[in-house]
Design a protein around this ligand. Structure first.
Ligand SMILES: Cc1cc2nc3c(=O)[nH]c(=O)nc-3n(C[C@H](O)[C@H](O)[C@H](O)COP(=O)(O)OP(=O)(O)OC[C@H]3O[C@@H](n4cnc5c(N)ncnc54)[C@H](O)[C@@H]3O)c2cc1C
Ligand SMILES: NC(=O)c1ccc[n+]([C@@H]2O[C@H](COP(=O)([O-])OP(=O)(O)OC[C@H]3O[C@@H](n4cnc5c(N)ncnc54)[C@H](O)[C@@H]3O)[C@@H](O)[C@H]2O)c1
Length: 503
């Protein structure tokens, strides 16, 4: 006999990370009933093991460095270090001590039904929820049916390379690093990406002796000067940075004892703990992808309206949507939330009541079923491909949006890049002596619009949103000329870059 669904909702969202929360919220604003299924903590990786704790660990060291660079303060703060116990306590507070009661309250207040348990697709518009491990949790509702749509927002998981001895050596992933109860005396970090660079900075600030091993350079997806500046910054912090070095073997003879890494060039590195930060993959291994004809383990490919590709439509058009890390399109919280808003708005427009109280007001008509969403409309995540911003919270910060010069060339654009040293700005000199940083604009020389920008330097993240607006708005350089930066601020770099371009 066919199993009957225990409950029906208009929309079922699997995964209550920042992205799933946004998709659920947008969909529910047009009167649709929404279930949000969460296997662990409402708020997801970002709130408890990623963005928030990592930034809590990084901020005190950045503040101390800013004070040390300020005239009149340098002598006062010389020799000072961050207080590890206080920083870890601040981190605990930022994560709410890994308690999601506040986030769950928000879900309820938004009129969304929180369903605790592990969700798996079980065929068209069906989601089977397995009870959480927690014995105090209510019994699992079993099978949920979505009348209209299912949104998958299950995030990503870290990758552990296949290196002899590594899995048995109890390595840290980003979760263990960001939730560490104490600071190890020494930490080996494997990887040259965002997590490796940020966590090497944080643990060096906290007093660990850090060795970073990267098989290539640092932040290899960014403009080359970004990784080079971060490398210098890490070395100044005392991090032993070894580039072009792979991992050949790992050994931790005694549980809880030191771990020894053998590198590809035969060196031995011994540390109290080992953090492996070698990338993440979309979390689709255990979401029932096979029940709808998709491949477990592969990213959930979507079109710009966040509708899943390769899935047979339901009676009223596409029914399966995905957003956030699980799609492989972007791997930052803000870009995933943008996708979540698109998915939620598409579902709301297709199935909800546009007159409902709280329904979003905007001019875009939803695309007819079967037609692609118009680029830059509310129903297309157009910015993913051309204007995704990111700030890496290292010292110096690396802030970027859109295309690097290399990527723009690879796409065959008629590229012209201009570069300017931030330290030459009056706005930099007033922060104190020795401000160092670099900015680059990548311009489509035919259309005369900015297609990419990178800023590297202290507080460079604050320069980023103007660049994001320029790229998204495709603002012609001759019009950007009229966006006059205030004096003396770092934003004056915009004027200097335009002058360098020839304006
Ligand atoms: C160390 C670190 C630092 C970072 N710092 C930043 C930063 O500063 N800024 C930034 O923008 N990005 C940062 N990121 C990236 C950011 O964390 C992710 O892009 C973001 O969390 C993605 O959100 P998401 O909702 O797609 O996935 P997640 O946050 O991973 O949420 C997915 C949710 O789905 C749940 N789930 C998974 N499978 C199931 C299932 N089958 N059933 C029910 N529930 C399920 C999970 O328990 C989780 O709660 C960082 C990442 C790391 C690792
Ligand atoms: N501030 C932020 O926005 C922020 C902070 C942290 C993480 N994140 C996101 O989280 C995602 C994951 O970060 P990440 O640093 O783990 O991944 P990443 O893709 O940024 O970097 C992975 C690194 O590991 C290296 N690597 C891969 N396989 C390896 C192997 N077998 N041996 C040795 N090295 C290997 C790569 O060369 C690269 O240097 C990123 O895509 C990032 O967008 C964002």
């Amino acid at each position: 006999m066919t199993e009957q669904p225990a409950q029906e909702f208009d929309v079922v969202v699997i995964g209550a990370g920042p992205v799933g929360e946004n998709a659920a919220d947008r969909a529910s604003r047009t009167g649709l009933s929404v279930a949000l299924v969460e296997a662990e903590l409402v708020g997801g990786e970002c709130s408890y093991w990623a963005c928030m704790p990592s930034k809590a660990l990084l901020r005190p060291g950045a503040a101390l460095a800013a004070a040390a660079a300020a005239p009149g303060l340098a002598a006062q703060v010389e020799g000072l270090h961050v207080d590890p116990a206080a920083v870890l306590a601040w981190r605990d507070w930022m994560t709410g001590d890994w308690d999601d009661a506040g986030a769950a309250d928000w879900v309820a207040s938004a009129g969304i039904t929180l369903v605790r348990g592990h969700g798996r697709l079980a065929g068209e518009r069906l989601v089977r929820v397995a009870a959480p491990d927690d014995p105090s949790a209510p019994a699992s509702p079993g099978l949920l049916r979505a009348r209209h749509a299912v949104v998958v927002a299950t995030g990503s998981v870290p990758v552990l390379p296949d290196v002899p001895g590594l899995a048995l050596a109890a390595p840290w992933g980003s979760r263990e690093a960001t939730s560490a109860p104490s600071v190890p005396r020494s930490l080996a970090v494997v990887g040259g990406g965002v997590v490796a660079c940020e966590m090497a900075t944080a643990f060096a600030d906290l007093g660990a002796h850090v060795t970073l091993l990267a098989r290539g350079g640092l932040l290899s997806g960014a403009e080359p000067f970004a990784g080079q500046a971060v490398e210098r910054g890490l070395r100044e912090l005392g991090v032993d940075v070894r580039l072009g070095v792979g991992l050949a073997a790992v050994e931790r003879p005694e549980p809880g004892g030191p771990v020894t890494l053998t590198t590809s060039d035969g060196q031995a590195v011994t540390a109290a703990e080992l953090l492996v930060a070698t990338g993440r993959v979309p979390r689709t291994l255990d979401v029932g992808a096979e029940s709808v004809g998709l491949t477990p383990g592969a990213p959930l490919a979507v079109d710009d309206s966040m509708a899943a590709l390769g899935v047979a439509p339901g009676p009223r058009g596409p029914w399966l949507y995905a957003c956030g890390d699980v799609t492989g399109r972007a791997s930052t919280t803000h870009q995933g939330k943008y996708q979540g808003r698109v998915a939620g708005d598409v579902v709301a427009a297709r199935f909800g009541d546009p007159q409902a109280a709280g329904a979003p007001t905007h001019a875009d008509a939803p695309p007819p079923a079967g037609a692609a969403a118009r680029p830059w409309s509310r129903y297309a995540a157009t910015a993913d491909d051309v204007a995704a911003p990111q700030v890496v919270f290292t010292r110096p910060q690396v802030a970027s949006v859109g295309l690097t010069e290399r990527e723009a060339e690879r796409r065959g654009l008629p590229v012209r890049a201009v570069t300017y040293e931030l330290g030459e700005l009056a706005g930099a000199s007033v922060t104190g002596p020795g401000y160092a940083g670099t900015a680059r604009l990548v311009v489509d020389a035919e259309r005369r619009v900015v297609v990419g920008a990178t800023f590297v330097g202290p507080d460079a993240g604050d320069l980023l949103h103007a660049a994001t607006i320029a790229v998204v708005g495709q603002v012609p350089l001759d019009r950007l000329w009229h966006a006059v930066p205030a004096y003396p601020t770092l934003s004056e770099v915009w004027l200097r870059l335009l002058e360098a371009y020839g304006l």
